[in-house]
Design a protein around this ligand. Structure first.
Ligand code: AMP
Length: 399
């Protein structure tokens, strides 16, 4: 079976054509600068080939067409024609409380996702445009929506309710939703496999630490608590996002600097996090390099990020009344041995200890626990595309 996985951003579109059963990736790539000019990077993992093209992409429809042309091209294609694509799986960020699992896309589903646009104004419109663009080019191919929020719909009310007047929840849907669900789901299942134990028996804390970061408590395979909230701005400090702050800061900054609410929200979304504190970069590689050269603010940004992640791991464990394993994934979690070590440094009292030699690894599934640890610490590269492809295949097969 060949499934095309599509992840649409406001000016970008990532794709991967893969077999969900053998996990073979036939081709993958990225359309960038949609609506500006247009650039396609197309890769074929089997032979390591990489192609780059400048293609006019005034809208996502041209981007999807460019992907189709690349996939079916005589020179660098991997399929003869589009009929070889059995189904398309779309990543969608926000499904509100409507969908707790992946679904076949129908007009009713698109209508429901449009209703969620106020909850994710930056992400959902692009996701919907991506679905429509695909439907236009492939009108007869089944499409499936896989939602970042779906995995967290198992959170109990005590975890998802905010302490504000209840009618803002009932009337305006203001509650904690959580994101990165596909990643937390994937790494928790791989963790159970690595530990050789049924997921139903395990209490796992998964740490998705990348440009966006979140921690999730997974009890018996279900998300019961996560650090992101109503939007992906909540929780841990991130590359450019502030994470959880005292909301009074918003009003104070507006008054002190005569800023509009849009300007303050822009600061909190795009100029805060480790970028804001370090003044160096949103990328941890740059910040680690600056810290190594003695930059005090870069060091502070790292210390702050690790400290808050440490506290989140402990509080996620408290939410479950225990912990069997902690998992590190995504760009930072998979690559930075230093940050992993710093994050768990203070968690020895909970039985979380890592072996420095085993921790000296990147990007490969590894049990990095110390011999005397009572909680396993695992490094597991995430694979959201695989979950999307497998969910899509399952729904198309009617399983
Ligand atoms: P992601 O959003 O999962 O793609 O993660 C991207 C982030 O991972 C980058 O912005 C970097 O901050 C971080 N990252 C990637 N590689 C490394 C590395 N070798 N060391 C530290 N951080 C890294």
């Amino acid at each position: 079976m060949k499934i095309l996985v599509i992840n649409t951003g406001s000016s970008s579109l990532k794709y991967q054509l893969m077999d969900p059963d053998t996990q073979e990736v036939f081709a993958q790539g990225l359309c960038e600068r949609i609506g500006i000019d247009g650039r396609l990077t197309h890769k074929i993992p089997a032979n390591g080939a990489k192609y780059e093209f400048d293609i006019a992409m005034p809208t996502h429809a041209e981007a999807i067409q460019a992907v189709m042309d690349a996939l079916t091209s005589a020179e660098h294609g991997v399929i003869k024609n589009m009929d070889e694509i059995d189904a398309v799986g779309h990543r969608v960020v926000h499904a509100g409380e409507t969908f707790a699992c992946s679904v076949m896309i129908s007009q009713a589903v698109i209508d429901a996702l449009e209703e969620c646009i106020p909850l994710a104004p930056l992400h959902n419109p692009a996701n919907i445009v991506g679905i429509r663009a695909c439907q236009k080019v492939m009108p007869n191919t089944p499409m499936v929506g896989v939602f970042d929020t779906a995995f967290h719909q198992t959170m109990p009310p005590r975890a998802f309710i905010y302490a504000i007047p209840y009618e803002y929840y009932t009337k305006n849907h203001v509650r904690r939703y959580g994101f990165h669900g596909t990643s937390h789901y994937y790494v928790s299942r791989r963790a159970a496999d690595m530990l050789g134990r049924p997921i139903e028996e395990l209490k796992i804390v998964t740490c998705h630490l990348g440009n966006g970061s979140s921690v999730c408590a997974i009890d018996g395979g279900k998300s019961v608590e996560t650090s992101m909230g109503f939007t992906p701005l909540d929780g841990l400090p991130m590359g450019t996002r502030c994470g959880a702050i005292d909301v009074s800061i918003i009003d104070y900054l507006m008054q002190t600097h005569h800023l509009s609410i849009d300007e303050v929200m822009d600061i909190l979304n795009k100029k805060s996090g480790v970028l804001g504190v370090s003044g160096v970069s949103s990328d941890f590689r740059d910040i680690e390099a600056a810290a190594a050269q003695g930059n005090e603010r870069a060091k502070l940004a790292i210390d702050m990020f690790c400290y808050k992640t440490t506290k989140r791991i402990a509080s996620a464990s408290a939410a479950m009344g225990g912990i069997d394993a902690v998992v590190f994934t995504a760009g930072i979690g998979e690559n930075s041995a230093e940050l992993r070590a710093q994050i768990v440094e203070n968690l020895g009292f909970m039985g979380i200890k890592i072996d420095p030699a085993k921790n000296n690894v990147r990007g490969v599934e590894t049990d990095i626990s110390a011999a005397d640890a009572t909680v396993r610490t695992l490094l597991i590269p995430t694979n959201e595309e695989l979950v999307i492809a497998q969910d899509t295949a399952r729904l198309v097969r009617g399983e």
